[in-house]
Design a protein around this ligand. Structure first.
Ligand code: HQG
Length: 181
């Protein structure tokens, strides 16, 4: 992805996950914005944004962060929100036996005592494989990989969801389901 697309992707993450009010908009209850309104409001605030740029970002995003509605009129982030009112309306699904979480050493003591918490986001994010978890952890430093006993969690009644781009989401991971390195 070239520089201007990366910049657009970051701007879309900001608006569609965290601060739609930055351009005077509100996400609907499932996290969608009308693309035309998004473009107009962004432009009126000095941001360079076009429908074409949006389509390019959606098509080339390595992680498929954004999804366009079937009618082509609306866009939303597939996961990662901190806007509290957004309900992605995902169906609970049975997780694989094991999932992974990439983090860094400085959080371990707290995770050992509290388990994984969603903090500012609406879910705890878990990865389907170790390599993905390593990439997530690397955003903050040397990655530390936690192994999550998703099967036992699910058997104990904790629900899992899978975002459109393959990220596993849950409300919290109690420490007893975590294997630390
Ligand atoms: C840590 C990116 C202390 C947790 C990625 C993480 C992902 C705790 C940080 C997505 C804790 C939260 C999400 C506890 C959790 N005590 N620290 N009890 N519980 N933590 O960014 O999972 O590129 O909200 O380990 O690829 O890092 O944006 O979550 O380090 O899919 O599309 O608190 O963001 O996707 O950080 O990343 P985050 P995350 P995008």
């Amino acid at each position: 992805m070239n520089k201007s697309l990366t910049k657009t992707s970051k701007f879309l993450s900001l608006v569609l996950r965290h601060r739609p009010e930055a351009i005077g908009l509100q996400l609907d209850s499932e996290g969608w914005l009308v693309i035309e309104e998004l473009v107009d409001n962004a432009n009126s605030r000095g941001e360079t944004l076009t429908r074409q740029l949006i389509d390019e970002v959606v098509a080339t995003s390595d992680k498929k962060r954004f999804a366009i509605s079937a009618d082509g009129q609306r866009i939303r982030a597939s996961q990662g929100h901190s806007v509290a009112e957004v309900d992605l309306n995902l169906e609970p699904v049975e997780p694989p036996a094991i999932l992974f979480h990439g983090t860094v050493a400085k959080f371990l003591e707290s995770i050992r005592s509290q388990g994984l918490r969603k903090r500012t986001r609406n879910h705890v994010h878990l990865s389907p494989d170790q390599l993905t978890a390593e990439k997530v952890g690397s955003r903050r430093g040397r990655p530390v990989i936690l192994i999550i006993d998703a099967e036992s969690m699910n058997q104990s009644g904790i629900q899992f969801f899978r975002s459109a781009n393959g990220v596993w989401l849950t409300d919290a991971v109690p420490a007893r389901f975590i294997t630390f390195p």
